[in-house]
Design a protein. Structure first.
Length: 203
């Protein structure tokens, strides 16, 4: 009985803290598992696991609304499908390309957050991604890399809030075409991601 009362007391303190709204800027860190795929001709179907982490700032407007920009390092892993890739990109494509593709971005989402209640929020907004790492061999020697250096996408997600901790899920859908194969604009590639993670407010 004593342990039950102690647990209930801790839970009540956490819930009361979660309901404390302090307008202005707050900051935190976050990390998630990132399931990635690229939709387009020559790309394999299905999601491949990667990771994402970084920091966020939250400007609280009032009890219901806030704006949340983030700065993240995002690892996107995906695969091509052979021999389909070589069939679609038979001029510039490398017929001996490895199927694994490893990409890494600096991602900057800017999200609008709405609190349905103190424990549950929804978030949505645009995201800019700058490609840092492009580890693939999809093009013939000397033709450069197959992916564009920047990407525009959109986010939609929900999170469960308990005190300074939030558990969240998001869906990120690519808006811009990230295919950069020379002299071949017949087909477009667009990414999509499922993300599950945790965020911790530190101030």
């Amino acid at each position: 009985m004593k342990y039950t009362l102690t647990f209930l007391g801790i839970l009540m303190v956490a819930l009361l803290h979660a309901q404390t709204i302090v307008p202005g800027w707050h900051f935190g860190v976050k990390a998630d598992i990132n399931f990635s795929t690229i939709n387009g001709k020559g790309m394999a179907s299905g999601y491949t696991i990667g990771g994402q982490g970084g920091g966020y700032a939250e400007y609280i407007i009032n009890r219901d609304w806030s704006v949340q920009p983030e700065l993240l390092f995002t690892q996107n892993n995906t695969k091509i499908k052979q021999p389909d890739f070589s069939t679609y990109y038979n001029t510039a494509g490398n017929p001996f390309a490895a199927t694994d593709v490893k990409l890494a971005y600096i991602s900057v989402p800017v999200l609008l957050k709405y609190n349905i209640n103190p424990s549950f929020s929804i978030l949505a907004g645009p995201q800019y991604g700058m490609l840092l790492v492009d580890a693939e061999s999809l093009l013939r020697s000397g033709d450069g890399k197959a992916f564009k250096k920047s990407e525009i996408s959109g986010n939609l997600g929900a999170q469960f809030n308990v005190g300074k901790v939030a558990l969240y899920g998001r869906y990120n859908i690519g808006i811009s075409n990230i295919q950069n194969i020379p002299n071949d604009d017949r087909y477009s590639w667009r990414s999509s991601h499922l993300q599950l993670g945790i965020a911790v407010k530190i101030q």
